[in-house]
Design a protein around this ligand. Structure first.
Ligand code: IMP
Length: 174
């Protein structure tokens, strides 16, 4: 299936680069003297995570989990489960969840609850893109771009597993 891309870019790779550097600076400052566990939500966060950790000036551990929510559709199903769970213990750790995009917040909200039960010493959320118009309720501690309620692709984000490799962020045509 082919989805045409809108010709205009929503956010350029240069803007993304700058914002990731700003977030890395904030995180490095707040976690000074700590050794946080950065937990990325697959698949969308893999590019963001790779860029972010290289700009941190604190030691950090990295792991990924895979949750299902969207399938191949463009709307959240509301059905969320941990597909590939945690490999390292979170008890007593400073855990920072790394998410590419928060839309309704159902996916990451579920995951934060799942982590809370495992008693981390602190738990925060960093999201590069935020679509607040459909939000249920989830606090974002480190927020990159606030974007309109459009379906976006690129910088790790896909539409039916396509377009993850694009360096800029695009809007998919309706
Ligand atoms: P939520 O549960 O509605 O917040 O959806 C979050 C998940 O849906 C993200 O981790 C993405 O995988 C996916 N998602 C939400 N909006 C978009 C989008 O605009 N483009 C690509 N994926 C999206």
């Amino acid at each position: 299936m082919t989805a045409p891309l809108k010709p205009e870019i929503l956010i350029t790779k240069e803007e993304i680069e700058k914002e990731v550097a700003r977030l890395a600076q904030e995180i490095s400052r707040d976690y000074q003297g700590k050794h946080p566990l950065l937990l990325g939500i697959l698949k969308g966060s893999f590019i963001f995570m790779a860029d972010l950790i290289r700009l941190l000036d604190i030691p950090a551990e990295v792991d990924f989990v895979s949750l299902s929510s969207y399938g191949s559709a463009r709307v959240t199903s509301g059905e969320i489960k941990v597909v590939q769970g945690l490999r390292c213990p979170v008890k007593g750790r400073d855990v920072l969840v790394i998410e590419d995009i928060v839309d309704t917040g159902l996916t990451v909200g579920y995951f934060l609850d799942y982590l809370k039960k495992r008693k981390p010493s602190s738990l925060k959320l960093c999201a590069l893109f935020d679509k607040p118009s459909r939000r249920v309720s989830v606090p974002i501690d480190y927020r990159g771009f606030t974007i309109p309620n459009r379906f976006v692709v690129g910088y790790g984000l896909d539409y039916n597993e396509r377009f993850r490799h694009l360096s800029d962020l695009y809007v998919v045509e309706d």
